[in-house]
Design a protein around this ligand. Structure first.
Ligand code: ADP
Ligand code: MG
Length: 262
């Protein structure tokens, strides 16, 4: 059985893309077959894995063909990222993905389920499909929620982080009540963490008080580390850039928690 996880937070710069890449890499090291979907027009996941953002065939073409009812082969858009340490497939994106909103809106059918219909064609080839969402609660994010089995929320335990969380959780509950009744919370994972700072501790307590009863808060946290931020410049995950670093260890631990929640 494959599991599709949407990695979502409408705040930018909280570690969504990093978590998609490095959690995906960690899962591939556990011998899982992994597909990463770049669903952000910024295309950071695509370029961070050394894939040319100018590639003509991206996830956008698949959405377009799906909406127009034209035949297409998802494999034509997939790129394999293989190194000494990891092997995972990637559905790339670039800035043209902004036009997806108009494509979704032009569709007469269920606008929330277009990505789901695309992924249904390949998801059984994989154990895990991770969708890297844009920093917005747009139709792109809604389509990611429509396609997903669960939602993983990377969150920086810093001031103002709590503000958007309530809206995001409401959107997930709206999805659960309408177009994806099976959708679950994978949980919250703290990223860019500064565990020794009082502010971070206070915010974690606030999150625990507000959501701890309903949403899993992962025990593993991802500290702010140079090895994690440097690896995309080399087009690789942290496991290739610094295999025995604390950053690699943190994502390996997060993967173990995700696997335990199969
Ligand atoms: P998002 O996708 O939510 O916008 P990113 O994953 O792109 O966030 O991360 C934002 C910035 O922070 C990037 O420059 C990234 O390299 C850096 N970053 C992410 N996680 C960490 C971390 N644990 N330690 C240090 N830098 C990080
Ligand atoms: Mg991103």
């Amino acid at each position: 059985m494959s599991k599709v996880i949407a990695i979502t937070n409408q705040k930018g710069g909280v570690g969504k893309t990093t978590t998609t890449v490095d959690l995906g890499a960690a899962l591939s090291r556990e011998n899982k077959k992994v597909l990463l979907v770049d669903f952000d027009p910024q295309g950071n996941l695509t370029s961070g894995l050394g894939i040319d953002r100018k590639r003509p065939f991206t996830v956008l073409n698949l959405l377009q063909s799906e909406v127009m009812g034209m035949p297409y082969d998802v494999h034509e858009a997939i790129v394999t990222h293989e190194t000494d340490e990891v092997k995972m497939d990637v559905l790339p994106a670039n800035k043209l993905l902004v036009s997806a909103e108009a494509i979704f809106n032009s569709f007469d059918g269920e606008k929330e389920l277009i990505l789901k219909n695309v992924l249904t064609k390949v998801k059984d080839d994989y154990d895990y499909v991770l969708i890297d969402c844009p920093p917005s609660l747009s139709l792109l994010t809604i389509n990611a929620l429509g396609a997903a089995n669960s939602v993983l929320i990377p969150m920086q335990p810093a001031k103002y982080s709590l503000d958007g969380l309530a809206d995001l959780i409401k959107l997930v509950m709206m999805a659960q009540n309408s177009f994806n009744t099976e959708l679950e919370f994978e949980g919250i994972v703290y990223t860019l963490d500064t565990p020794n700072q009082i502010e971070a501790r206070n915010i974690k307590q606030d999150v625990e008080d507000a959501y701890g009863a309903n949403v899993r808060i992962h025990e593993t946290f991802i500290p702010r580390l140079k090895d994690i931020s440097s690896s995309p410049s080399y087009g690789v995950s942290v496991f290739d850039f610094a295999p025995s670093s604390k950053g690699a260890m943190a994502y390996a631990n997060l993967a173990k928690e995700v696997l335990a929640n199969a």
